[in-house]
Design a protein around this ligand. Structure first.
Ligand SMILES: [Zn+2]
Ligand SMILES: [Zn+2]
Length: 313
C-alpha cells in the first residue's frame, strides 16, 4: 500500500492529467505530471490543515464579527485555486523545468550550479538546517518584494487588491491579482534558483511558508507575546499591516513569516492593536466584487497608474 497522497496523485494523473495533456498535444509534460498531481494533493491537504487550525481560532476569539460575511467566499476561491492549482504547477513543474534549463545552460559552459551547501560547507550533511536556512533567505526576499510592492505606484495598484478586503480571515492570504502573482513567482523562483533550492524542496518550502502566512491573516485576537511576536509574524502583527491608515501614519510590518526584517530595516510597529482592515482608496469592486470583477478592477487600476504618471510628467 502506498501512502494516500501517492495513491490519490496516481489516480489524478492517470484519469485526469494524462488524458488532458494528450488532448492538448502536451505529451512531453507527462514526466512531470505525477509531481504536479502529488503537490496538488499536498496543497489540498494544506488547505484542510489550515482550515482545521484556523477556523477554531477564529471562532474562539474573533477580532470582528460580520452579520454578512459574504466577502469571505471569494477569498476561499482564491485559496483553493492558488494552493491546489497554481502553486503546485509553478513551484513544482515550472521550477523543475527552469532548474533543468539553467543546469544545462551552465553545464555547457563548464559552470557549477550554485547551492547553499557549496557556499557554506558547514551545512553539508545538515538537511534540516539547510532547509530552514533556505526558508529564512526566501522570507527575506519576500519582505523586500512586499515592501517594494507598496513603494511603486504601479505595483501598489496590483497589491491593493490584497489590501481591499475588509473581512480579513485566514483565507485572505491568496487574494492577489494574477499579474501580482506572476511577479511574485518570478521573484521567488529566480532567487530560489540563484541559491540552489533543490526542485523537491521548493514546493515544500512554499507549503510551510504559506501555511504560516494564512495563519497571520486569521480573524483572531492572537498575539505570540512580547518575545514570540519578535520571533514569528503573528495575526496581530500582520493585521497592523492591513490596517486602514490614519492621517500621517505609514505602512508597517511587511514581513511574511519572520518579523526580523521589519525590525532590522525600521518598518516594524508592535503597537497597533487589532485595527480595522481595508483600503478606502480603492473602488468597491476590489473589496466585494466577484473574482473576475476584482481582477478587472485591479487591471484598470494598474493601467491608470501609468496614465497618471504620464499626465504629471
Ligand atoms: Zn501589503
Ligand atoms: Zn496580507
Amino acid at each position: 500500500m502506498g501512502d494516500p497522497f501517492d495513491l490519490a496523485a496516481g489516480w489524478l494523473q492517470e484519469h485526469l492529467l494524462i488524458p488532458a495533456l494528450y488532448a492538448c498535444g502536451l505529451m512531453n509534460w507527462e514526466d512531470v505530471s505525477y509531481g504536479w498531481a502529488l503537490f496538488a494533493m499536498y496543497g489540498a491537504a494544506q488547505v484542510a490543515v489550515t482550515f482545521a487550525v484556523c477556523l477554531p481560532l477564529e471562532r474562539w476569539r474573533p477580532v470582528e464579527r460580520w452579520p454578512d460575511a459574504g466577502a469571505v467566499w471569494v477569498d476561499v476561491a482564491y485559496t483553493v485555486l492558488s494552493r491546489v492549482g497554481i502553486l503546485p504547477l509553478v513551484t513544482y513543474v515550472l521550477f523543475y523545468r527552469a532548474q533543468v534549463a539553467v543546469g544545462g545552460w551552465m553545464a555547457d559552459r563548464d559552470l557549477v550550479p550554485p547551492t547553499l551547501e557549496g557556499t557554506v560547507p558547514f551545512l553539508l550533511g545538515q538537511p534540516v538546517l539547510t532547509f530552514l536556512l533556505y526558508a529564512v533567505i526566501l522570507d527575506f526576499a519576500e519582505y523586500w518584494r512586499h515592501r517594494l510592492s507598496h513603494r511603486f505606484r504601479w505595483w501598489w495598484s496590483l497589491h491593493a487588491l490584497h489590501h481591499a478586503q475588509r473581512q480579513m480571515t485566514f483565507w485572505s492570504d491568496d487574494r492577489n491579482h494574477l499579474l501580482d502573482d506572476v511577479l511574485s513567482f518570478v521573484w521567488f523562483g529566480v532567487i530560489a534558483l540563484a541559491i540552489g533550492v533543490p526542485p523537491l524542496q521548493f514546493p515544500l518550502l512554499v507549503l510551510l511558508l504559506r501555511f504560516l502566512e494564512s495563519l497571520s491573516h486569521a480573524n483572531v485576537r492572537l498575539s505570540f507575546g512580547w518575545l514570540g511576536e519578535r520571533m514569528l509574524v503573528s495575526p496581530r502583527f500582520h493585521r497592523a499591516h492591513h490596517g486602514v491608515l490614519a492621517a500621517g501614519q505609514r505602512s508597517c510590518n511587511y514581513g511574511a513569516v519572520l518579523p526580523w526584517w521589519d525590525m532590522a530595516f525600521g518598518s516594524a510597529d508592535f503597537s497597533r492593536d487589532y485595527v480595522r482592515t481595508g483600503d478606502p482608496s480603492g473602488e468597491e469592486a476590489l473589496a466585494t466584487g466577484t473574482y473576475w470583477q476584482q481582477q478587472r478592477a485591479g487591471l484598470r487600476r494598474f493601467i491608470r497608474s501609468f496614465a497618471r504618471r504620464r499626465v504629471r510628467a
